[in-house]
Design a protein around this ligand. Sequence first.
Ligand code: HMG
Length: 390
Amino acid sequence: MNRRTTVGIHDLSFASAEFVLTHATLAAHNGARLAKYHTGIGQQAMSVPAADEDVVTLAATAAQPVVQRHGTDRIRTVLFATESSIDQSKSAGVYVHSLLELPAATRVVELKQACYAATAGLQLALALVTRDPGQQVLVIGSDISRYPLDSPGEATQGAAAVALLVAADPALLRIEHPSGLYTADIMDFWRPNYLSTALVNGQESISAYLQALEGTWNDYTKHGGRPLGDFAAICYHQPFTTMAHKAHRHLLRHCGHQSEHPATTALTCTTAYNTQLGNSYTASMYLALAGLLDHADDLTGQPVGLMSYGSGSVAEFFAGTVVPGYRRHLRRTAHRTVVDRRQALTYARYRDLHETQLPTDGGDHPLPPQTTGPFRLAALTGHKRIYTPR
Ligand code: HMG
């Protein structure tokens, strides 16, 4: 058995928030041209969490169907990637471990590097499973993207969680070696611990992303990666969906390719969910993968590129091959329901939710029941978050 080609993503499930704000509603409030949102940044709507939702409830909701399908016996590790962390000490994954009733004999840890961290989780998981193919690793990326009201970033907000089950002999995508790597110490986007919304140099962050793409691609080819012409599709990190098109054009130019590359057509499938959910940071590139697998024509045996970017910045380009029979394991209907079930917000209701801060006084604060999802943040008491099944 070639260990490097038989480890990968065995299952993929995502969840999003209770509410949705359409860009039509946002544009009606701020006077922006709707075409700027729909065509310029490629966004139709953004998910907005209820007062009793956070990265833990989103993550548990994403992972529950995975655990229901595969059981918990082989899961020995949970890697929780987020940049919307709720605690400086305790991993958000430990709450998810409890809500999903995973075995005590599990290692659980939280990972952070902006939007990139779920890819770090995936790569660590591949190493663990390669060492012991009997184990499975649950990798979760869960984030809530928030910018100040009326700022340019506001239209790119969103919320979602993705759960990946990483296993030997995977049902969906075999992840290949090598990876292209790139790190640069820059301040394109960041959020100090005392702020609840991100700071960003918008245009600079776009250039930083493209530079990182070039760097990671160069490293990928230097280490013997596939030529660009091999790829049936490439899933890019999507802070807003036209960024995937910008990145793809940039990569084609960098490699001296024409725009009619097959992966250009597939881009539309990769944006199917992100255009409706908004930026979900660590989950974004994996929602692009879900969009591709759920919407593209049969990809059996085809190589797919994955370009993960996290501001600050770290990027990784790597590839996977789609496994024969993968379509039987997809969750198309459930994923469509995640998008369609959200309740539309008025602008005023959105603004209320955006401005609401959780109490920090350590008192007893039950939270209003709003979510219709399977888990909720029921209360804050003595500085502790109390989660319950709904
Ligand atoms: P802005 O200044 O409001 O928008 O902010 P703009 O004026 O640059 O317009 C956006 C696009 O819409 C432009 O297209 C316009 O031409 C077009 P482009 O020239 O770029 O191709 N446009 C129109 N199109 C059709 N009809 C119209 C119209 N008007 C304008 N009427 C910006 C845009 C992205 C800067 C802002 O939303 C922002 O600051 N976003 C947050 C930062 C961000 O997403 N950066 C992306 C790269 S960094 C990253 O990916 C990491 C991240 O996910 C965080 C992490 O890693 O943790 C963010």
